[in-house]
Design a protein around this ligand. Structure first.
Ligand code: SF4
Length: 360
């Protein structure tokens, strides 16, 4: 266990933090939500709304994927009050493609909560009280928007610190718990006065230099401190947790077309893809072999192939069927959307996959 209170460790950490900031001053990425290090030194601080929005979008997705969504959201809704007043359907539609739709619902809820406040919360407790804001996001927003002395720890940061200090974990649940605690303690002890720049420098270092495979140690400001680099076994850190194979769930998508329109139904607010418009579907169940699922109405159903989609906890194998019917069936409720608009009507990616198979 690294003794972060020992004077020699403190001296090393403070010089490592300074070297990282010097590197960041020269190599900071330009991002649409970021205020660069020079501007920050001149007293310009980022709009916390933009920092918060970017952090929510960046959970589980990459910067290049999130950036156009960020631009779109901030053009449509430049502040929390305007986002709070938006229609939920509009927010969900613009979010479609970013995945994890519960996050979009929480985003909208959070904007409403922010609109009730006099100012954006600038303490970790205040940030944690917002809907959809967990410890990582609170730390990221707190550091980046307000220079609170805290470091957000995500997978990238974990990897960098794990290599820097050769804290590897043994792959077991308890080993990881202990190591994560130690990693958090180390990164926390590294945080300098410019905590917002430090947090962003760690993000840049983790995503661009200390990459999971083939880290670019030759360009790394921490090469002289890094124990894994010294040992020459950077890729052994962090130890890989054993992953269980994802269970497979099966189901059927029923694309009903009538008079040039396609029937979509809104999913219940709670649960997976809550509140989203989707094609009709059977339940998704874990099943060995085939499944015998009835069709929702009598029609000439054509099999169109299988849409596959990876969710966090399972992989969906969704058999897609389409039926063209003359009259809209009274037995089925939902929204009828024109065929040329349906793909872009706010349907999440999994629904788009089924629609494309059926209609294109
Ligand atoms: S020296 Fe290499 S392994 Fe160590 S932190 Fe830098 S990039 Fe990562």
């Amino acid at each position: 266990m690294v003794n972060v209170k020992s004077p020699s460790v403190k001296t090393q950490f403070s010089s490592a933090a300074q070297d990282l900031l010097d590197w960041y001053d020269k190599h900071a990425r330009q991002l649409p939500w970021r205020i660069g290090p020079q501007a920050r030194k001149n007293g310009v601080m980022p709009d916390p709304y933009r920092v918060w929005l970017s952090e929510i979008m960046l959970q589980q997705t990459t910067v290049p994927h999130a950036a156009p969504y960020f631009e779109k959201f901030t053009t449509l809704w430049p502040n929390a009050n305007e986002l709070a007043e938006a229609e939920n359907d509009d927010v969900m539609r613009e979010w479609a493609g970013l995945g994890y739709y519960a996050r979009a619902r929480n985003l909208h809820k959070c904007a409403k909560a922010l609109a009730e406040l006099e100012r954006f919360p600038d303490t970790i407790e205040g940030l944690l009280a917002l809907p959809g804001v967990g410890p990582y996001t609170a730390a990221a927003v707190g550091a980046i928007a307000f220079d609170l002395p805290i470091a957000p720890v995500d997978g990238n940061v974990e990897r960098v610190i794990s290599r820097l200090m050769t804290i590897g974990g043994d792959g077991s649940a308890t080993g990881w718990a202990a190591d994560k605690k130690e990693i958090t303690q180390c990164v926390q002890a590294l945080v300098p006065k410019r905590s917002g720049d430090f947090a962003q420098a760690m993000m840049d270092l983790g995503s661009g230099v200390c990459t999971p495979k083939s880290p670019n140690c030759g360009q790394c400001p921490w090469a002289k401190y890094c124990l894994a680099h010294r040992e020459g076994n950077m890729e052994s850190y962090p130890a890989k947790a054993k992953r269980k194979p994802q269970p497979i769930r099966k189901g059927r998508a029923f694309i009903v077309v009538s008079e040039g329109k396609v029937l979509l139904q809104r999913r219940p607010d709670k649960g997976l893809l809550g509140g989203m418009l989707m094609p009709l579907s059977s339940e998704w169940i874990e099943a060995e072999g085939g499944t015998d699922i009835p069709f929702p109405l009598e029609a000439e159903w054509q099999a169109k192939g299988q849409a596959r989609h990876v969710f966090t906890h399972f992989v969906l194998h969704w058999d897609v069927f389409v039926a063209h019917v003359d009259a809209r069936p009274n037995s089925l409720e939902g929204d009828w959307i024109a065929m040329d608009k349906v793909i872009d009507s706010g349907v999440p990616t999994v629904g788009k996959k089924a629609l494309k198979l059926a209609l294109l």
